[in-house]
Design a protein around this ligand. Structure first.
Ligand SMILES: *[C@@H]1O[C@H](CO)[C@@H](O)[C@H](O)[C@H]1NC(C)=O
Ligand SMILES: *[C@@H]1O[C@H](CO)[C@@H](O)[C@H](O)[C@H]1NC(C)=O
Ligand SMILES: *[C@@H]1O[C@H](CO)[C@@H](O)[C@H](O)[C@H]1NC(C)=O
Ligand SMILES: *[C@@H]1O[C@H](CO)[C@@H](O)[C@H](O)[C@H]1NC(C)=O
Ligand SMILES: *[C@@H]1O[C@H](CO)[C@@H](O)[C@H](O)[C@H]1NC(C)=O
Length: 386
C-alpha cells in the first residue's frame, strides 16, 4: 500500500487540479454554519437536534461506563473514519445550501415551492450529518481519544443537478462502506457499535432515494439494486482524499493514518463520461499516474502488462478484465498510464448502481472485495449506471 503523504487530488471526472490549496476551498474556520459546528456548545446541539428532527443516541454515554469494554484500536480507526467522512458531508451540504439560498449561477431555482421543499430536506440532512459526525467524535472522546477535526474541501460541482448526483455517488460509497465497518466491529468484539451504524445505513439509504429521483430529466428508480455494492474502509478513505480533501489541510489526519492498515490508494480516473455510463457493454477508458503506484508495483522498464482491472458490483464475486490499448504519456506528473477495459454490463448480474474499479497485480487474490482492496494499486474508479 502506498504511503499517504503524497495524496493526489483528482476529480472523479476528467479534470484534475494542482495541489495548491484553492482559494475557493470550503473551510469551517469562520463558523459557516453559525452554530459553532464542529464544536457546538450544548445549546447549539439542542438547535442542531431540532433541525435534524431527532437527537444524538445514548451509545457514547454508555461508552463512558468504566466497566464497559473499550473499543479495539481498529474500531477506534473506524470511528475516526466515520467522523472524517461525516465532516466532509456537512461541508458539502453547507456549500450546497448556501449556493441555492444565494441563487448562485447553476443553483437558481425559479419555482419557490420546489426550492422550499428542497431546502427543507437539505437543511434536515445537513443537521443529521452534523449529528453523525458529533456522534462518532463523542465516541472517540468517551474513550479518551482526540476527536477528528475537519479539513478544507473542494467540490467539483457547479450546478444543482450535478451536485445532487454527486451527493448520490458519495452516499453510494458510504452505503458500500458502513457494512465493512460493521464487520470490523463484529470481528473486534465491539458489538455495541454495530446497531448505531445500522441506523445510519438506513438513514443514508433514505437520502439516496431522494437524490436518485431529483433529476427529472434522468429520473432513476429510488432503489438501485437488491443488494448494494460492497466496499471497504480503504476504498472510501481513498475516494474522500482523492476527490474532496485539500491535501495537507487536515489537522489530525495522522491520527487516522497512524493505523498502518489504513491506506490512500493512487487515484484511478474514469475518463469515459465521468464514470456515469450508459447501461450497455462498452470499453471504458481509465488512467493513473505511474509514479503513484511504483513503490509497490515492481514492474520495471514501464512494463505494465502484469496488471488487471477488477470491478466490484453488488455483493457478487469481483470481475477481472484485461488492460487493453495501454498508452504511456509523459506530462507534468511524470508518466500517465491510460488504458481501456471492457465494462461487461448485463443489467442483472453486473453493472447497475455503483461499481468500484481497481487496478491490481494480475496474480492477486480477487475472490472478495476485501482481498481486492488489500491488493489495490490504484482505485477506486467510480462508475455509476442507472
Ligand atoms: C451557537 O453558536 C454560535 C456561534 O456561531 C453562537 O453565536 C450562538 O449564540 C450559539 N447558541 C445557540 C443557542 O445557537
Ligand atoms: C456498565 O457496563 C457493564 C458491562 O457492560 C454493565 O454490566 C453495566 O450494567 C453497565 N452499567 C451502566 C450504569 O450502564
Ligand atoms: C457552490 O458554488 C461554488 C461556486 O460555483 C462551487 O465551486 C461549489 O462547488 C458549489 N458547491 C457545491 C456543493 O456544489
Ligand atoms: C412548482 O413546484 C411544485 C412542487 O414541486 C409543483 O407542484 C408545481 O407544479 C411547480 N410549479 C410550476 C409552475 O412548475
Ligand atoms: C452542470 O455542469 C456540468 C459540468 O459542467 C454540465 O455538463 C451540465 O450540462 C450542467 N447541467 C446543468 C443542468 O446546468
Amino acid at each position: 500500500m502506498r504511503s499517504v503523504s503524497a495524496a493526489a487530488l483528482v476529480f472523479s471526472c476528467v479534470a484534475s487540479i494542482a495541489s495548491a490549496a484553492p482559494t475557493s476551498a470550503f473551510t469551517f474556520d469562520n463558523d459557516p454554519l453559525h452554530n459553532g459546528f464542529p464544536n457546538p456548545n450544548p445549546d447549539n446541539i439542542t438547535n442542531i437536534e431540532q433541525a435534524a428532527h431527532g437527537s444524538l443516541p445514548i451509545a457514547a454515554a454508555a461508552a463512558k461506563n468504566a466497566s464497559a469494554k473499550a473499543p479495539s484500536a481498529d474500531s477506534l480507526t473506524s470511528l475516526r473514519f466515520i467522523a472524517f467522512n461525516e465532516l466532509f458531508e456537512v461541508a458539502f451540504f453547507t456549500s450546497l445550501i448556501n449556493n441555492i439560498t444565494a441563487g448562485r449561477d447553476g443553483f437558481k431555482m425559479n419555482n419557490g415551492t420546489a426550492q422550499k421543499y428542497l431546502l427543507d430536506g437539505l437543511t434536515a440532512i445537513q443537521a443529521q450529518e452534523e449529528l453523525h459526525a458529533l456522534n462518532a467524535n463523542n465516541g472517540l472522546k468517551a474513550n479518551k481519544q482526540n476527536p477528528i477535526e475537519p479539513c478544507q474541501y473542494v467540490f467539483p460541482t457547479t450546478n444543482l443537478t450535478d451536485a445532487i448526483a454527486l451527493a448520490s455517488k458519495f452516499t453510494d460509497i458510504v452505503l458500500a462502506t458502513l457494512p465493512d465497518l460493521q464487520t470490523g466491529f463484529a470481528n473486534n468484539g465491539d458489538n455495541s457499535l454495530i446497531r448505531g451504524v445500522g441506523a445510519v445505513i438506513g438513514q443514508e439509504g433514505e437520502q439516496n432515494g431522494f437524490y436518485r429521483q431529483f433529476d427529472k430529466k434522468n429520473k432513476k428508480i429510488p432503489s438501485a439494486l437488491p443488494f448494494l455494492t460492497a466496499g471497504t474502509r480503504n476504498f472510501a478513505f481513498s475516494a474522500l482524499n482523492q476527490n474532496f480533501v485539500v491535501p495537507g489541510s487536515c489537522p489530525n489526519l495522522a491520527d487516522i493514518t497512524a493505523d498502518k492498515s489504513i491506506a490512500i490508494f493512487a487515484p484511478l480516473a474514469v475518463n469515459t463520461d465521468g464514470g456515469n455510463l450508459m447501461p450497455q457493454t462498452q470499453n471504458v477508458q481509465f488512467s493513473f499516474v505511474a509514479s503513484e503506484v511504483q513503490p509497490e508495483w515492481k514492474g520495471t522498464n514501464n512494463d505494465w502488462s502484469g496488471l488487471s482491472l477488477v470491478y466490484i458490483n453488488q455483493q457478487n464475486a469481483p470481475i477481472s478484465e484485461k488492460l487493453t490499448n495501454v498508452q504511456l504519456a509523459t506530462g507534468s506528473d511524470g508518466i500517465t498510464i491510460s488504458f481501456e477495459a471492457s465494462f461487461p454490463f448485463d443489467g442483472v448480474a453486473f453493472g447497475n448502481g455503483l461499481t468500484l474499479a481497481a487496478v491490481v497485480p494480475s496474480n492477486s487474490d480477487i475472490s472478495s472485495v476485501v482481498t481486492v482492496s488489500a491488493n489495490t494499486l490504484a482505485g477506486p474508479g467510480l462508475i455509476e449506471v442507472n
